[in-house]
Design a protein around this ligand. Structure first.
Ligand code: TEU
Length: 581
């Protein structure tokens, strides 16, 4: 019997969450845009993966300036995605399969087409103070804060004759959380969705909702972030939100918090913190950034390991980690951290092994489970995302019409653009990867003929079947709650670690050894003397591997192995664990 007490347990700790970006998942009405009908048509596919919950990116009414992260009505489904009936059907189909539904909560900002902003522009009663307005002259910016998407974070509004703040696109004005009416209105909306039976929220840039009073300038070389990242009243607001709306521990509350450190994170998730379930921290997906994300270097494995180990250890006793290597804002993980040519399948499996054998809750981004890769963007016209279009515009247009200036930034765009994550889900080798019968809003990755669900389903050695085994492996408390210890921290190619779960006595202590070769070349891992290999058996590997580990493990390129002590629950599911996949 494992030593985990009921108090420690929570469904969202033992869950694997599948992230659906509806605009690119599946189109059911042929308009070239993914929709709720398309997700409903594929709930069995999601269920077969064995996941426990779906995080649905925004489907609310939106002019789509930032693909739905600019909401015009929080209680309405955007026509392109369907209607509330479709949403309710999706909710029911998922719940019938014991798959929970997590909605995106975007309350740092709204769309400028939201009724609140329309009224605020007109200084209409209580709405006048719903946003961050600064009186002034149209040629005099309030301060030097920069938008995440480039340029100033302020825009002049002719109707109100004042400046308003937008940390993202100018069609995404930031809400003024210092105004208690704003907070109340947000809590009402959250209650409304909880009343509709959702199981939790993923909270968009929730650590950016509090801005420093009087909007002081940022320091030298700063975009002002020190005045709005983890701002002065953020814990008051998040704490209040949890108290008012999220005091039920069975409701998952995962905060997206760019720029947080482990210490910052504890203030949001620890026992005495604000009470969020977990965070999406960004250190392991930004450490390779240079001046900005489009100036990225090749990720260094030693630094990567150091960061992940720090978070594993940092939140081990008080808090909980989310585990992800890509999402709708990041390039495809197999292209960034793996090897998407000859070793695409093996490295996709290896990276999945990493996110499913660390401590925390794994998030699988649509397409990751079939090893989808970054896509070619041959022309700037192929790009869709506001962030990369702004970047290209700033890089190309400043080149005084230098004809093929796009070529100068193409490599960086193809490596780091968010559009890599947003190309259509690859279902079949038919036109547009079987995503739509219409004309897709963004082109499918031309490798869909080879990389697609239908092919993966028919191939027992596919990344898809391996992911099903990974998800099944999470049944072990050891992999969910076990202590983490990094081995060989300075090895430039190997990522190896143990997980240990103390039982009632020594006898029942469970152990795991995970060894991952992040390189195109074979290597040998010498198991440190203080690591016991006795009793360890191969539970999963992405290549032929010895059933029990010796003191030295010879690993092929991008090889991954998971060794576990026998499951005290003993009833290992038949099909789930197959030693060679
Ligand atoms: O992302 C916030 C965020 O940090 C990202 O913008 C990130 O910095 C950037 O993509 C890295 O290049 C959230 C949503 O996930 C994103 O899709 C939205 O664009 C953004 O907030 C604004 O709502």
């Amino acid at each position: 019997m494992s030593g985990v007490t009921d108090d420690e347990r929570a469904w969202w700790k033992e869950a694997v969450v599948y992230q659906v970006y509806p605009k690119s998942f599946a189109d059911s009405d042929g308009d070239g845009v993914g929709d709720l009908g398309g997700v409903i048509d594929r709930v069995d596919y999601i269920d077969e993966l064995g996941v426990d919950a779906v995080w649905l990116n925004p489907v609310y009414e939106s002019p789509q300036a930032d693909n739905g992260y600019d909401i015009a009505d929080y209680r309405a489904i955007d026509d392109a995605y369907g209607d509330m009936e479709d949403w309710e059907r999706l909710r029911d189909e998922l719940h019938e399969r014991d798959v929970r539904l997590i909605m995106d909560l975007v309350v740092n900002h709204t769309s400028d087409e939201h009724e609140w902003f329309r009224k605020s522009r007109r200084e209409d009663g209580e709405y006048a103070d719903y946003y961050h307005w600064v009186e002034g002259e149209p040629d005099e910016l309030p301060n030097d804060w920069e938008s995440v998407f480039g340029g100033s974070a302020w825009s002049w509004d002719d109707e109100r004759e004042a400046w308003y703040l937008h940390l993202f696109d100018e069609k995404q004005p930031d809400l003024n959380w210092a105004n208690p009416d704003v907070r109340e209105a947000v809590y009402d909306m959250m209650e409304w969705w909880l009343g509709k039976g959702i199981d939790g929220f993923r909270m968009d840039v929730i650590n950016m909702i509090s801005k420093a009073e009087d909007y002081p300038d940022g320091g030298p070389d700063s975009d002002g972030a020190e005045h709005f990242m983890n701002g002065p009243r953020v814990h008051e607001y998040v704490g209040e939100m949890v108290e008012e709306v999220l005091d039920d521990e069975s409701v998952l509350a995962v905060g997206e918090t760019p720029g947080v450190s482990v210490d910052d994170a504890r203030e949001y998730v620890s026992e005495d913190g604000d009470g969020l379930s977990m965070l999406f921290q960004f250190e392991h997906v930004t450490f390779d950034h240079g001046e900005h994300k489009f100036d990225a270097d090749d990720p260094d494995l030693v630094e990567f390991k150091e960061i992940l180990a720090k978070w594993q250890e940092g939140l081990a006793d008080d808090g909980w980690n989310s585990l992800y290597l890509n999402n709708h804002d990041q390039p495809r993980m197999v292209s960034r951290f793996g090897s998407d040519g000859e070793y695409r399948r093996k490295s996709a499996k290896l990276l999945g092994t990493l996110t499913h054998t660390l401590g925390g809750t794994p998030f699988v981004y649509q397409g990751e489970e079939i090893g989808m890769t970054n896509a070619p963007f041959e022309t700037r016209e192929a790009l869709r995302d506001v962030e990369v279009r702004n970047y290209v515009a700033s890089a190309v247009d400043d080149a005084e019409g230098h004809a093929d200036a796009y070529e100068d930034v193409r490599e960086a765009v193809e490596a780091m653009s968010r559009d890599n994550a947003r190309t259509p889900m690859q279902w079949t080798d038919e036109a547009h990867a079987g995503f739509t019968d219409g004309d897709p809003w963004i082109d499918a990755n031309p490798n869909y003929a080879e990389v697609n669900v239908s092919r993966a389903r028919d191939d027992p050695d596919s990344v898809l079947h391996y992911y099903r085994d990974l998800v099944a492996l999470r049944e072990r408390d050891l992999l969910v709650y076990g202590d983490f210890e990094l081995l060989a921290p300075d090895d430039p190619d190997l990522f190896a670690y143990t997980r240990t779960l103390a039982g009632g006595d020594d006898e029942s202590t469970e152990r795991a050894l995970v060894v991952l070769n992040f390189d195109d070349e074979p290597t040998t891992f010498e198991v440190p003397a203080d690591v016991t290999v006795d009793g360890l058996e191969l539970a999963l590997a992405n290549d032929d591997a010895p059933a029990v580990p010796g003191r030295a493990l010879d690993l092929g390129p991008w090889e991954a192995r998971v060794y576990l002590t026998p499951d005290p629950e003993a009833q290992a599911p038949d099909s789930a664990i197959d030693t060679e996949r």
